[in-house]
Design a protein around this ligand. Sequence first.
Ligand code: TYD
Ligand code: MG
Length: 403
Amino acid sequence: MSNVQKPVSITQIELKADNRNLTGINELDRVLGGGIVAGSVVLVAGEPGIGKSTLMLQAAEAQSQKEKVLYVSGEESARQIRLRAERLGTLSKNLILYPETNLMAIEKAIDEVKPRLVVIDSIQTLFRDDIAAAPSSVSQVRECAAYLVGIAKATHIPIFIVGHITKEGSIAGPRILEHVVDTVLYFEGERHKQYRLLRATKNRFGSTNEIGIFEMKETGLAEVANPSEIFISERPKEAPGSVVTCSIEGTRPLLVEIQALVTPTKMPYPVRRGTGVDNNRLAIIIAVLERQAGLKLANADIYVNAAGGVKVTEPAIDLPIALAIASCVKNKPFDGKTIALGEIGLAGEIRSVNQVEQRIKEAEKLGFKTVVLPKGSVASAKQRKIDLVGVASLKEAVTSFLQ
Ligand code: TYD
Ligand code: MG
């Protein structure tokens, strides 16, 4: 595996235009940054049962329409995989199954088959017989992954590695591999709900902002074309504590419902907890609500949740978080046909956000009538059918929309 390199001038590095390969699954391709890069190693991490094998089998199946794909499984027999593939639809003769866990045997198979793509399912089952440790131990996982990276770089064949994580996030796996591989994708969602999110937490070949959204169906994972619809579909109508916003995830606008629950505390210190939102940001927003908008929150437990299991961490969701909390405290529902967006400054001012036009368009597309946004952003948004209401301060937003 030691192919010796020489130092070269940066101008002599050739860039091939075609070094990416589309998997055929749009949501996956976008998260990868536009397809699979030759010789790259992608870790696909997630809890057991979330759908990693299903996603990999579908990607392998799609790729094998063109050339051979080697699917190495240490978890299921070839028969089980065939049964699953039949459920998913088509069977391609270019999809080569290999139930093996010995890395040296796998290397040999890669050499013989010369596939366009290799899938390893999962890293926890692999072992190198020159390492005296059990499969899934830290040293086996790390050494096997490093070896696979060596194979990918030497052969230019991309490799997907599946890695299990546990609910606590403690992994003899993905965490210790993150720095070894080129790209880390997390596949997440509630196991008993049908939606799944794919997000990159590291990507040497693209942005880490994109998310891919799938629905787990009887016939495998289906791509979700209109994600905004699903994220706001179950929202309660006319209930206090719920505000819809539009977040930009990578290149896509996504409507998300922000929910807040405020209850009297029974603890010496009140609980403030965000799910899918940043806890530090939440603390600041609560402080500004108290100081600049006159809400009494000192003895209140506050929970904020981005519904649907998404993580939204951009500044534009400050205002909807604040309005959801205020709506709950005042027991006044926020208008169900209105979305809110804006960054909150420490003086209680509402600051401009980027990509306003795109967000407004998305709200309009989904039938909303009004957008509450920073005063400074109104001018940059073109006149549309939807009403744009600019607000300058948090106090103004709370008094105008929650009376
Ligand atoms: P799986 O891909 O085996 O998860 P992982 O490899 O991450 O452990 O998928 C797990 C679940 O998905 C399984 O409990 C059944 C469900 N599933 C479907 O609902 N539809 C399908 O078509 C398939 C293949 C699986
Ligand atoms: Mg699996």
